[in-house]
Design a protein around this ligand. Structure first.
Ligand code: NDP
Length: 502
């Protein structure tokens, strides 16, 4: 049994937040759920309950949507673009000022390792808000040289207005919960939309804290509302609510389909960031010193609970054994432990149920003839840990290769001197198309693979090139639309064409 380390004490602010009775955040006020129900929030590194939260349902969603509509038509609509910029900039500052608390909450709520939580809270989140703080003053329409009804130049003018779409329902998953919320908040505030957020019930805490920081940053009541609760109740009610103009969903492809059906009632706009099963393709001339740690990171980062995880590794025969052995060495050496221990490199999975699901895929891999090189077992210790797992000699039709596991299971396949088109066909033989990477020093080969791989993002000699300015999203069944960058604003805007004559 692994020794359970003595952990550093939580900051006073974190303890104070955890000790609160967490309610729904509606119209700038903390409210109990209408029917008074609550649920436990637990630390996946220990299994212990750390807080309880209100279980909102349809009536609470309705109250939040009404507040969001009133704010959209009321005070928020009077904010100038420059004022919205300042709010986002202030929010970034507040995230930095409250970083230690947010880091610790993110760790105990979702199991992030410390280094990753630090990077996310001190780096990714404030930089993302600052990136979107730059946009409000640059959202512009166009003037169009049109001649409606035969009007001559000088007798009419046509231009477009870019207006905020309205009330956005945001539904987010539990992996890396704060960035998932950030991805909806940034463009919503930049464009002048209002938001009803339903975070995952497995990790709702930082969503509640960030809503409070939004108020501190000057966001009027009703602009950002948070209804914690369960997907089938609160999430489904939000997706179906006739007062919501758009759903911004991040989660599984399976629930994404339910969202589309629920949104059909009032033909809401829908963006979907869904599952992935991303390929990593390694050619024999690649720099293996780079490839080996990067491939391990691509899959095991966030314990594999990461939509863009590189989980299907295609390696040329010539370097196959060396790459597999190198990754196995890294996987075996990874230090498992709670994120609060700064020396932990690999945290827990989110829940006992999720770990069981991942283990079923490990069993399927063994049963279907894969070679288990390392991992695949749950250490005997509190929390929901699972060893980073590596399978070699996998084939495209095996269950762990086909399905999104959302856990630390890397499946390796080898290829010989097949033509590039065949390698790309194998890399594309999945219903998903979110991310991917190609490793070679041959720029021609790299660009031909980039051209052929069917995914929203492909990187050469790195995996998961994420930046606030770079659009990210899925092809095929990995989703609809893009987040990040200028493209990430578009789903929050509508265009009005105006013609004026005199
Ligand atoms: P789920 O799809 O199970 O849940 C996502 C959210 O949807 C949660 O808030 C959940 O509520 C809610 N939900 C569940 N059922 C419904 C419903 N019927 N109607 C409305 N909302 C509902 O995903 P997970 O939380 O398990 O997250 C993992 C998935 O997210 C993976 O597939 C992963 O690939 C994907 N993901 C995609 C990303 C991307 O950018 N493409 C990024 C991160 C994750 P609750 O859980 O509280 O019951």
């Amino acid at each position: 049994m692994n020794a359970v380390p003595k952990l550093p004490a939580l900051a006073a602010a974190t303890n104070a937040f955890l000790a609160r009775k967490h309610q729904l955040f509606i119209d700038g006020k903390w409210l109990a759920a209408v029917d008074g129900r609550r649920f436990d929030v637990f630390d996946p590194a220990t299994g212990e309950t750390i807080a309880t939260a209100a279980a909102g349902e349809a009536a609470d969603i309705d109250a939040a949507v009404r507040a969001a509509r009133a704010a959209f038509e009321g005070p928020w609509s009077k904010f100038t673009a420059a004022e919205r910029s300042r709010v986002l900039w202030k929010l970034a500052d507040l995230v930095e000022q409250n970083a230690q608390e947010l880091i610790e909450l993110e760790i105990v709520d979702s199991g992030l390792p410390m280094a990753l939580a630090q990077y996310v809270v001190r780096g990714v989140v404030p930089e993302f808000f600052r990136y979107y703080a730059g946009w409000p003053t640059k959202i512009e329409g166009a003037t169009i040289p049109a001649a409606p009804q035969g009007k001559r130049p000088g007798d009419a003018i046509t231009f477009t207005l870019r207006e905020p779409l309205g009330v956005v329902g945001a539904i987010t998953p539990w992996n890396s919960p704060l960035p998932m919320v950030m991805l909806k908040l940034g463009p919503a505030l930049a464009t002048g939309c209002t938001l009803v957020l339903k975070p995952a019930e497995l990790a709702p805490l930082t969503a509640l804290r960030i809503a409070e920081l939004c108020s501190e940053a000057g966001v009027p009541p009703g602009v950002v509302n948070v209804v914690t609760g369960f997907g089938e109740a609160a999430g489904a009610a939000l997706a179906a609510h006739p007062g919501v103009d758009k759903i911004a969903f991040t989660g599984s492809t399976e629930v994404g389909r339910l969202i589309v059906k629920a949104a059909a009632g009032n033909l809401k706009k829908v963006t979907l960031e869904l599952g992935g099963k991303s390929p990593i393709v390694v050619f024999p001339d690649a720099d293996l010193e780079q490839v080996i740690p990067a491939a391990a990171r691509a899959c095991y980062f966030l314990q594999g609970q990461n939509c863009m995880a590189g989980t299907r590794l295609f390696v040329h025969d010539e370097v196959h054994d060396k790459v597999v052995e190198g990754i196995a060495q890294i996987a075996r050496a990874m230090k498992l432990g709670p994120g609060l221990d700064p020396s932990s490199e690999f945290g827990p999975l989110i829940s006992a149920e999720h770990r069981q699901r991942v283990m079923r895929f490990v069993d399927a891999g063994k049963r279907e003839g894969g070679e288990l090189v390392c991992g695949g077992t749950a250490p005997s210790r509190p929390g929901y840990f699972l060893q980073p797992t590596l399978f070699a000699r996998m084939k495209n039709d095996m269950t762990p290769v086909r399905e999104e596991i959302f856990g630390p299971v890397l499946c390796v396949q080898s290829f010989g001197d097949a033509d590039l088109a065949q390698v790309a066909r194998d890399a594309n033989s999945t219903i998903y198309g979110l991310s991917g990477s190609v490793w070679t020093r041959d720029i021609g080969k790299a660009m031909q693979m980039v051209h052929r791989i069917d995914s929203g993002q492909v990187a050469v000699n790195m995996h998961a090139a994420i930046d606030a300015a770079v659009p990210f999203g899925g092809n095929k069944q990995s989703g609809w639309g893009r987040e990040f960058g200028k493209e990430g604003l578009e789903p929050y805007l509508k265009t009005k064409a105006v013609t004026v004559t005199w």
